[in-house]
Write a protein that binds this ligand. Structure first.
Ligand code: ACO
Length: 446
């Protein structure tokens, strides 16, 4: 195994005891001093860990809009400037100069690999792409019309029943094997979920192909006709994987971290992440976005949908627009838009009505005061669905493809958390607004 550097920079108790600055919280007759930590980038963080013990009070932050739940050295986002860095490297550079497996190495181990390390890593991933043959029966237990995300939640959770030798989280070697297995097998699982849904035989992985080409072939090859992978499509697929690889403490990653804080095995934690990703406010947005573009149909219908998105009494939102963190632009969306143009040109479908609708919708929304004032810009999912659709994927596969890509982010964050000596079980508190204690009343007296 190649020498894999470990991530650095944990917030130690020594740092904690000697804060460079303090914040003072006053309420009633109490004054509490809280340490302030300065990150390498981003806003300072007030450390409230001792607040309850010292002041008998909690903080209240539903949706974690102002709360850092961990310290991390993996990914940095500056939402105001539209910056996304993995281990310090800008996403635009990684998307244009690197490739997915190299980015996986970077996320997992903290540094870009040298040539030997990269070759060794790619070899290790390639050697783990096959699924235990008995897992095929597990796929066959699902209803034919099951959503591939439902299949992925089930199958990934079930991996803990097939790979017992990589579930002991206290063993660094087992953690490493679980990480490689998850990154390697996820494309096979997603491709098989797709094959099952369309009633075609499962296609085994081929280790002479790169990660993205192998995935495309497992999805689109049939015994009667092998799928010849177009390098431009493979590059576009790889770029989609790269752009979705990690995104710091988003909902699904936080879910993985919370699940792992109880000591759950890695396969259970990643299954939890997949379940969270499925929601339309998160990874499910790419499917929902293409459905919306299809529903709009033609550019002349756009004003009607813009009006609905602005109407407070209508729950409709422009899917693929807005982001909790990005308030300027989503740097991934810029690269994804270029990729969409390239792929549609290659396939000779530049006049695709969905793409025309998307471009016009983007133009109109970006000129509209509602979207400008609320800082709502197209996010990564706005264009990814168009590319995947052009490649031949059904909408139901969009979120599974996101899950394939995000697995490395989940795993990297999971590994970082597990190796944190200060790890505590995640246990938020609450602002209780229910009944105070009262006596039980027998049913005949109610
Ligand atoms: N269309 C119309 N209005 C919107 C949209 C939208 N897509 N997104 C936010 N708004 C409005 C809200 O109605 C709200 O208005 P208000 O202040 O008048 O009440 C305001 O903008 C802020 O919205 P919040 O929901 O509070 O913002 P939050 O940060 O919690 O939500 C989210 C972010 C979930 C991404 C939201 O923008 C959304 O639902 N977008 C559509 C779904 C989507 O594309 N999700 C993909 C996210 S990226 C990813 O997971 C890869």
């Amino acid at each position: 195994m190649a020498d894999a550097p470990e991530s650095k920079g944990k917030l130690s108790m020594a740092d904690d005891q000697k804060p460079p600055q303090v914040a003072t919280l006053s309420y009633g007759d109490k004054q509490i001093e809280l340490p302030i930590h300065s990150p390498t980038a981003g806003p300072d963080v007030i450390d409230i860990r001792k607040l309850y013990a010292q002041g008998d009070v909690f903080t209240y932050d539903p949706g974690f809009t102002s709360t850092a739940a961990c310290d991390s050295t993996i990914t940095f986002i500056d939402g105001n400037e539209g910056v996304l860095l993995h281990r310090g490297y800008p996403i635009e550079q990684l998307a244009s100069k690197s490739h997915f497996l190299e980015v996986c190495y970077l996320l997992l181990y903290g540094e870009l690999p040298n040539a030997a390390q990269l070759e060794d890593f790619e070899h290790r991933v390639t050697q783990h792409t096959m699924l235990h043959e008995q897992m095929m029966n597990f796929f066959r237990g699902f209803r034919r019309d099951a959503h591939p995300m439902a299949v992925m939640v089930g199958v990934v959770g079930a991996m803990s029943a097939f790979y017992h030798d990589s579930t002991d989280i206290s063993d660094p070697w087992q953690r490493e094997v679980a990480s490689i297995r998850l990154i390697a097998k996820m494309p096979t699982i997603a491709a098989w979920a797709y094959k099952y849904s369309v009633g075609q035989p499962f296609v085994y992985p081929r280790n002479d192909l790169d990660y993205a080409s192998n995935f495309l072939r497992m999805c689109f090859s049939v015994p009667a006709e092998d799928y010849v992978v177009n390098p431009i499509l493979s590059r576009a697929m790889d770029r989609i994987f790269t752009l979705h690889a990690d995104h710091e403490q988003n909902a699904s990653t936080s879910t993985v971290r919370l699940a792992s804080s109880s000591g759950a095995n890695p396969f259970a934690c990643i299954a939890a992440g997949i379940a969270c990703l499925w929601g339309p406010a998160h990874g499910g947005a790419n499917q929902a976005c293409l459905e919306m573009l299809r529903e709009i149909g033609t550019p002349d219908k756009i004003p009607e949908y813009i009006a609905r998105a602005k109407d407070k009494d209508d729950p409709f939102r422009l899917m693929g627009f807005g982001h909790r963190v990005y308030k300027n632009h989503d740097p991934r969306a810029t690269v994804m838009k270029q990729s969409a143009d390239e792929v549609l040109e290659l396939l000779g479908i530049e006049d695709n009505p969905t793409l025309q609708t998307a471009k016009e919708l983007e133009r109109i929304a970006l000129e509209d005061d509602y979207f400008r004032d609320k800082k709502l810009f197209p996010n990564v999912d706005f264009y990814s669905g168009i590319i995947l659709d052009a490649m031949g994927f059904p909408q139901a596969m969009f979120t599974p493809i996101f899950a394939v890509a995000r697995t490395v982010g989940w795993i990297s964050q999971w590994k970082e958390q597990i190796s944190d000596p200060q790890l505590k079980i995640g246990r938020p508190r609450q602002l209780y607004l229910g009944e105070t204690e009262r006596d039980y009343v027998n049913v005949e007296n109610r």
